[in-house]
Structure formats: structure tokens, C-alpha cells
Design a protein around this ligand. Structure first.
Ligand code: PLP
Length: 404
């Protein structure tokens, strides 16, 4: 039986959460959606902004060099070559870079999965429309093993497939996808592969080891806790010569990745402050210890919340996601809740307003789930609160919905 891990503390003995500025009026169980920035990194970003505003004409010419320095730190964190990594504002932007840079393929298909992040899939649809082609969606059962998931994706390949887009960790279903196997097959077939690794930085020690892909993008502002607007775009193919940043600027004729270091007049302090977050977790607990804690805490969270739902509904709320993620877990909601994404988002807003909890609700295949995140500032008490106070409320909302 999974037990609650002891809370992580700061070196002076205070709870880890004291290093963040999250509202004490809310339980924050949704690191996965928008992250949470430790105060030390917020202060670093404020310091950088003050420097920018004191002498903008000194700041901007020196900015590309400082972005390149931040890029090297991020590359080190992800264990990739700095020459393969550019900084982009977010995972969505990284996907847009790929969609905007790929050579035209008239009539080409973009292969996505039904677990894909909606906004990234919408970008794929726009690309396919531009090509006069279409998007094909591979259906991957929620509980698919690595082999089954890989087979489901590969079954969607046709002779028109011009790009595969697959998540490394999925958003609505909180599972890994077998990107190593998919990447090897894509490379064999010569089909470009974009891996959406939005949730990955921070959750795996060496996340890109042995992977074959054309482009991988991962947010530093999720589990890496960086200020928002900092993502890594990693390239491992000749596509590097085609890729251009979202904003055409003075470095447009420089090679990859330097041409991403100049983006006109923009506030790039999120890039420069990202290393402060990565370093804070490393020096306070070490990322490896932090990951061990998140894993143990998420095990506990999944168990107690699942048991609470099961006890009240009489139906098992346990979910098999095939390839579970250390810090993100699903529990099935009482029937009638979060059957669609719009309903799931409305439930999120209601839970924040009425139950004092920030948590993600997701929908997959018409079934609603609560997606629990764990980070170092969370403790067992957060999920006990959810199990004891929020689950009964959710059940009563489901029942009143069923009656109306
Ligand atoms: C799988 C996946 N891709 C892309 C995104 C979008 O991230 P961003 O809003 O930082 O672009 C998310 C956000 O949750 C995600 O989960």
C-alpha cells in the first residue's frame, strides 16, 4: 500500500511551499497546466527587467549573447548539445515554428493522435489545409502498452504522411507515449517527427537519450518551474536548416540555433531567468530527490483520491493509462462530469471558486477525469483535502446534474 512521503523542507526547516508565492487560500494541485514559479526565479526575472529598463540601449544589443548563455544552461539540464537547442516562448510556439518552417508538401497528411494537445493539433490542421491535405488521427486506447500505442500510431502512416506529431507525455490522459519506437520507425521511413514534450523537462533525468526525432519541444515553465514563456526546441535532423523562429529578425540569416536568439524588441527575461529555477531545485533538494518525492506523492494522491471516489460511487475510479507518469495521475470522475473539454474546464473553474482547489479536469473518449499533479511544494495534506472535501462535492454536483 502506498503511504504518504514526508514533506520536503527548505534548508531552514520551513515547508517547501514557502519558497513559492501560491495563494494560501487555494490548494494548488495543478502544476501541470501552467506551472508555478519559485520566488527566487520571480525575483531574478524582476531584477533582469529592472536592468533592461535602466539602460535599454545597453540591454538589447547584449541580449543575444545572454540568451545563448541561458540556452547552454538549459541544454545542460536536458543533457543535449547546446548547438541542437533553441529557446522558444512555449510548446505551442515550438510546434508553430515547425508548422511554419516545413517545406510545402501538396496534398500531404499530418498524422496526430487522439491524445494530442488540442491547440497543437489545431496548428496541424491549419498546416494540412495550407498543403491541401488533411490530418489523420491515430486512435490509441487509453491503456495501450508501449507496443500497442506504437502499433496504433504506425498504422496511421500512409504514403502521403508528411509529418507525425506525437506527445511525449500526453495532457488529457497523463501518460507517456512510446516515442523511442515511433521515432525509430519514422526515421526508417524518412517521415519528419515532431515530439511535443511540453510536460517533460524536470520529470526525467535524461529525457532525450537515445531518441530519434526531427524536432522535440519541452516547456521549462511546467515541471522545470521557470518563469512562463521559456521552452526548449531541440532539433536532431537536417531540418535544422529549415527552421526559423516565429519572428523574423536581424539574425534571420544566422545558422540554427543562433537565429532564434534575436527576436526583435521583446522581453526575453523568462529565458534568462529560467536557469534560476532549475538551479533552485537542484541546490535545495536535487532534481533526482525531487523526482522521487513527486513520484511517491503522486502514488499516494492517486490512491487516496481514487479510493474516495470509489467509496462514494461504488464503482472503481482507478484508471490504467498504460505508461503512467511520475508526477501526473488520472482518477475517473463520477459519471456525468467533464464529459467534454468545455465541461472539464467549467468544472475546473467551479472547483477553484467553490472548493478552493486548483486542479485539472480532463476528458477523453467522453469520460471525465481529475488529473492530479504533484510538485515539491505539495504535501499529502493537499490530496487528503481533495479526497475528503472535494470528492463529496463533485459527487453531489454529478447527482444534481443527473437530476436536471
Ligand atoms: C502536451 C502539451 N502540449 C502543449 C502544451 C501547450 O503548452 P504552452 O501553453 O506552454 O504552449 C501543453 C500545455 O499543457 C501540453 O500539455
Amino acid at each position: 500500500m502506498t503511504t504518504a512521503p514526508s514533506p520536503l523542507l527548505l534548508p531552514d526547516g520551513r515547508p517547501a511551499a514557502q519558497a513559492w508565492t501560491l495563494s494560501p487560500a487555494l490548494r494548488h494541485l495543478n502544476h501541470g497546466s501552467f506551472g508555478a514559479v519559485p520566488q527566487v526565479a520571480q525575483l531574478e526575472q524582476q531584477r533582469l527587467r529592472a536592468e533592461m529598463d535602466r539602460a535599454p540601449v545597453v540591454w538589447f544589443p547584449a541580449l543575444p549573447r545572454r540568451v545563448a548563455e541561458a540556452r547552454a544552461v538549459v541544454a545542460d539540464f536536458l543533457r543535449v548539445d547546446a548547438a541542437d537547442l533553441a529557446l522558444v516562448p512555449n510548446a505551442s510556439g515550438g510546434a508553430s515554428v515547425v508548422y511554419g518552417s516545413l517545406p510545402a508538401r501538396p496534398g500531404g497528411e499530418v498524422l496526430v493522435t487522439d491524445h494530442g494537445y488540442g491547440a497543437v493539433t489545431m496548428g496541424a490542421q491549419r498546416l494540412a489545409r495550407r498543403w491541401g491535405g488533411s490530418v489523420r488521427t491515430a486512435r490509441v486506447p487509453l491503456a495501450a502498452t508501449a507496443e500497442q500505442a506504437c502499433a496504433a500510431v504506425l498504422a496511421g502512416i500512409t504514403d502521403r504522411t508528411a509529418l507525425i506529431v506525437v506527445d511525449h507525455i500526453t495532457s488529457a490522459t497523463a501518460r507517456w507515449m512510446p516515442v523511442a519506437e515511433i521515432g525509430a520507425a519514422a526515421r526508417r521511413l524518412g517521415i519528419p517527427l515532431l515530439i511535443d514534450g511540453a510536460h517533460v523537462p524536470g520529470l526525467a533525468e535524461d529525457p532525450l537519450a537515445g531518441l530519434e526525432f526531427d524536432v522535440w519541444v519541452g516547456n521549462l515553465h511546467k515541471f522545470g518551474c521557470a518563469p512562463r514563456g521559456a521552452s526548449a526546441l531541440v532539433v536532431r535532423s537536417g531540418l535544422r536548416d529549415e527552421l526559423h523562429p516565429l519572428i523574423d529578425s536581424w539574425a534571420a540569416e544566422a545558422p540554427f540555433p543562433e537565429r532564434f536568439d534575436t527576436q526583435g524588441t521583446i522581453d526575453a527575461t523568462s529565458y534568462l531567468a529560467a536557469p534560476a529555477s532549475l538551479a533552485f531545485v537542484e541546490r535545495t533538494w536535487g532534481w533526482r530527490t525531487a523526482r522521487g518525492y513527486l513520484h511517491a506523492l503522486a502514488d499516494y494522491a492517486e490512491r487516496i483520491v481514487g479510493e474516495a471516489v470509489t467509496a462514494l460511487t461504488g464503482e472503481s475510479a482507478a484508471v490504467d493509462v498504460g505508461m503512467p507518469v511520475n508526477a501526473l495521475r488520472l482518477v475517473r470522475l463520477p459519471a456525468g462530469l467533464a464529459g467534454t473539454r468545455v465541461e472539464a474546464d467549467a468544472l475546473r473553474d467551479r472547483a477553484a471558486a467553490e472548493l478552493g482547489v486548483e486542479v485539472a479536469f480532463t476528458s477523453f473518449g467522453g469520460v471525465g477525469y481529475v488529473r492530479l499533479s504533484a510538485h515539491v511544494y505539495n504535501t499529502a495534506a493537499d490530496y487528503e483535502y481533495f479526497a475528503d472535501r472535494c470528492v463529496p462535492a463533485l459527487l453531489s454536483w454529478a447527482r444534481s446534474r443527473a437530476r436536471s
